[in-house]
Design a protein around this ligand. Structure first.
Ligand code: SF4
Length: 210
């Protein structure tokens, strides 16, 4: 696969549940972490999903009015670091902020010492890291699924907004399409998320932390 070809599970051009403000959100397909209790094991396979060129997705995101930024989740974003860095470059050049979730710790990513990982870290304003640990599940930290996961402000862009969001509750968005498909994204307690997921025709889009 070319380095600017993304393998995607899903994307949304405008959501308010995946970080501060109105954001595009991109869930990549493929995750090697296999966290116990992961809400989206359907994102684990590296052969499911579909291909999309980073330039094509960047064009769609840049044509969406009113966005503050973009959120990369999964699946595992750092399994596709080069393609996501290629996607992030024109978005950052246009002034959008970048939040990236990962099931790896920042220390493990830094220890890789590979250029694609470094490029995606350099393109990220806020990194939310660490695997989902079922025993540490929580819903009182904005956008994260278990309390081990940490916010790493790689730039100052989201420092104030994360502090402000810590006083707010997590949200869930549910979209119902004319053909009956139901798309849910955001955060709720695990039991409620599983109930939503069990709705007929429902697709659940969690960030990488769940
Ligand atoms: S919680 Fe995230 S990192 Fe863990 S297995 Fe699921 S998609 Fe992968």
């Amino acid at each position: 696969m070319a380095t600017d070809t993304l393998r995607l599970y899903q994307y949304l051009l405008a959501t308010r549940t995946e970080g501060p403000g109105l954001r595009a959100a991109v869930w990549v397909q493929g995750c090697p972490n296999h966290c116990r209790g992961c809400m989206t094991p359907e994102t684990w396979s590296f052969t499911d999903g579909y291909d999309m060129e980073a330039t094509a997705l960047a064009e769609e995101i840049l044509a969406t009015p009113g966005l503050e930024g973009v959120t990369f989740a999964g699946g595992e974003p750092f399994a596709q670091a080069a393609a996501l860095a290629a996607l992030a470059a024109p978005l950052r050049a246009a002034g959008l902020g970048v939040i990236t979730f990962t099931g790896f710790t920042l220390a493990a990513l830094k220890a890789r010492k590979d250029s694609a990982t470094e490029a995606l870290l350099a393109a990220t304003d806020l990194l939310i890291d660490g695997p989902y640990i079922e025993a540490l599940a929580c819903t009182d930290k904005p956008w994260v699924g278990s309390s081990n996961q940490q916010y790493h402000h790689l730039t100052d862009r989201y420092r104030e907004s994360v502090a402000a969001y810590e006083k707010k509750k997590n949200k869930l968005e549910i979209r119902i399409f004319p053909d009956g498909r139901i798309l849910a994204n955001g955060m709720l307690p695990e039991e409620a998320l599983r109930a939503v997921k069990n709705l007929k025709s429902a697709t659940l889009l969690c960030n990488d932390a769940v």
